[in-house]
Design a protein around this ligand. Sequence first.
Ligand SMILES: NC(=O)c1ccc[n+]([C@@H]2O[C@H](COP(=O)([O-])OP(=O)(O)OC[C@H]3O[C@@H](n4cnc5c(N)ncnc54)[C@H](OP(=O)(O)O)[C@@H]3O)[C@@H](O)[C@H]2O)c1
Length: 301
Amino acid sequence: MTKNLDELKIPKTLIFGTTGFIGKYLFNFYKSFFPDIPSFSRKNSNFDLENLIFPSNDFLKEIKPTYAIISAAISKINICEEDTKKAYKINVTGTLKLIEFLTKNDITPIWFSSDYVFDGNVGSYSEESLTNPITEYGKQKEILEKEIPKITKGNHLIIRPGRVYSLNLDDKTIFSEIFSHLIEEKAYRAAKDQFFSLTYIEDLIRGIVKLQTMNARGIFHICAKEKINRYQLALIIADKLSLSMKNLFSIKLDDLEETFKRPKNTSMQNAKFYKSTNLEIRDINTILDLKKKEIYTSAYE
Ligand SMILES: NC(=O)c1ccc[n+]([C@@H]2O[C@H](COP(=O)([O-])OP(=O)(O)OC[C@H]3O[C@@H](n4cnc5c(N)ncnc54)[C@H](OP(=O)(O)O)[C@@H]3O)[C@@H](O)[C@H]2O)c1
């Protein structure tokens, strides 16, 4: 076991927010290499960003992690709009305190930002593109992108994933939402005028591990190259998985009549990540071709 770990150079990594979608996958991955890592969540009463409940210094010294991934946040865009104060307390104040605490303990933080730091006017954003968020969620992410480097003095990783999906129908992702509607023959209204990038959950984990093993630091987009809208994505899912398209309707984002505006084109380039790691982040067609069977098994079991 130790020899393998040395060969793979997977560093000991804590996960904060293990009940969430991304956190759950990350935790299962690192736990399989480091069975002694604890699961930090509100459910376990050992972690809370709102009330600043963190592990003790002594506990960290005992576990000796090299990295900590923060996957805890108020990640729903509408909740950030509706309860801005609470979201700020968690996403900004609490998260910065946790990053300070980790840095003091010589643990390199890895934190997730988002494509919502961009205003969505042009798309194809690189890591160097200017940020100009138009939602509260994006504004909170932008504050952290600016503050983290001051705290860590550059010893951090900031990851901007695309829309992250798994093929597990129990995970409430963009894939499960579209697939469930189509297979149950329920009407699905998908916007044609909002473009984004996609990231398959396994590729996100592979990408993070690769950056860790290279000792990379700074900000990286981990997403597939393709720029896609929800309607196109639904067409691909229907086509690849032989589902009827008769209940699929194209709409405009504004037809949703949300109380706030969303950015229209937050697609991102992944050239910096690819150049640094030589790792391909697979597009949706590739993933569906590879995993078709698994999806059917999970849908009909
Ligand atoms: N999913 C995506 O497509 C995507 C894309 C780009 C960026 N991101 C970012 O990636 C990160 C993880 O996203 P996700 O999709 O996994 O989010 P998620 O499923 O909503 O999970 C959020 C996690 O945060 C925890 N949390 C909420 N409030 C907390 C608090 N006060 N103290 C401690 N933990 C708290 C939740 O715990 P409870 O179970 O206790 O509520 C849950 O474990 C977020 O920063 C998100 O903004 C996600």
